[in-house]
Design a protein around this ligand. Structure first.
Ligand code: UTP
Length: 288
């Protein structure tokens, strides 16, 4: 039996940076070319061993179609990998409603009555890819699997890390490390004050003490920083480890420019699109 059986796909935020689209379409449903972000995340979590997926949604989001089984369309598109039309068919799915977007800690808290052991957390608008497969030849990302492997080795909570350009650090939680151990997380530091260029990239593996820690460091006192505060607790006690996801591409559907860049970058790397898209893009850029 897999060591980590539960994964939270966190999609309870308002998505204000993707308005007006996000008023009617959850940003977690937006595609990376033609595969919805949440489908990428679900298959990544299953590849890491999760058998129970917890979707954190908000009262205003309609996730029904996204979470549905669309196997009936298979005969219209026999070329598609069946796991993409039925991405949740082989797992147990729980939908938890986060009534107010009070931050990641509060989003996680919504699911914890249904979880006993360690669990993965995947931010619903962050896709991490180490392979650029197409819908007829789909392989899920190995990002969450790397965290599970780290947990199997060390038994400690861990977080995914990626390097960003020095002028981008102020958008992220930036870590200071000694070996794999995280000593500090600086939330959105000015570039000159950042302890490194390694940042939290939307993948976490939290341990079963999370529930009691979220009660101890409650949202009323700590607000949106609640999840950072419990990570600080681990740093100051048994430890919190960083897992560098080197060679992964990080795609974001939460903001217009990164979303657009994600489409172009992934299309340029995908075997089925690369040659014709590249030729069109070069010709198009020549016209400007
Ligand atoms: P973001 O902070 O990027 O999402 O959270 P947001 O709050 O929806 O974005 P803006 O600022 O309004 O544009 C990253 C992920 O965490 C989820 C979001 O849905 C997103 O997928 N999230 C965020 C929650 O589930 N609950 C929250 O309280 C906040």
């Amino acid at each position: 039996m897999a060591v980590v059986q539960d994964a939270l796909l966190v999609a309870g935020g308002l998505g204000t940076r993707m308005l007006p689209t996000s008023a009617s379409v959850p940003k977690e449903a937006l595609p990376l070319v033609d595969i919805p972000a949440l489908v990428h995340l679900a298959r990544e979590a299953v590849a890491a061993g999760a058998q129970r997926l917890h979707i954190i949604s908000s009262p205003r989001k309609d996730m029904k179609a996204l979470l549905g089984d669309h196997a009936w369309l298979q005969n219209k598109r026999p070329d598609l990998d069946p796991q993409l039309l039925s991405p949740f068919a082989d797992v147990e799915v729980f939908v938890h409603i986060q009534h107010e977007p009070l931050g990641l800690g509060n989003a996680i808290e919504c699911a914890l009555d249904d979880i006993d052991g360690p669990f993965l957390v995947l931010l619903g608008d962050n896709i991490l890819l180490d392979q650029h497969t197409s819908p007829n030849n789909f392989s899920p990302s190995n990002a969450s699997m790397k965290l599970v492997e780290n947990f199997e080795k060390n038994g400690l909570p861990c977080v995914g890390l990626l390097a960003v350009q020095p002028d981008e650090v102020s958008n992220y939680g930036v870590v200071r490390q000694e070996g794999e151990r995280i000593l500090e997380i600086c939330e959105k530091p000015a570039p000159g004050n950042a302890p490194s260029n390694l940042v939290l990239c939307g993948r976490y593996l939290f341990t079963s003490d999370t529930k009691s820690l979220l009660q101890k460091y409650d949202v009323a006192t700590h607000g949106e920083l609640q999840s950072i505060v419990i990570q600080q607790h681990w740093m100051e006690n048994d430890g919190l480890l960083g897992v560098e996801l080197t060679n992964f591409q990080w795609y974001d559907s939460g903001k217009p420019l990164p979303w657009l860049q994600a489409q172009v970058d992934h299309a340029l790397r995908r075997n089925d699109l690369s040659a014709s898209f590249r030729a069109w893009l070069i010709e198009r850029l020549d016209q400007d």
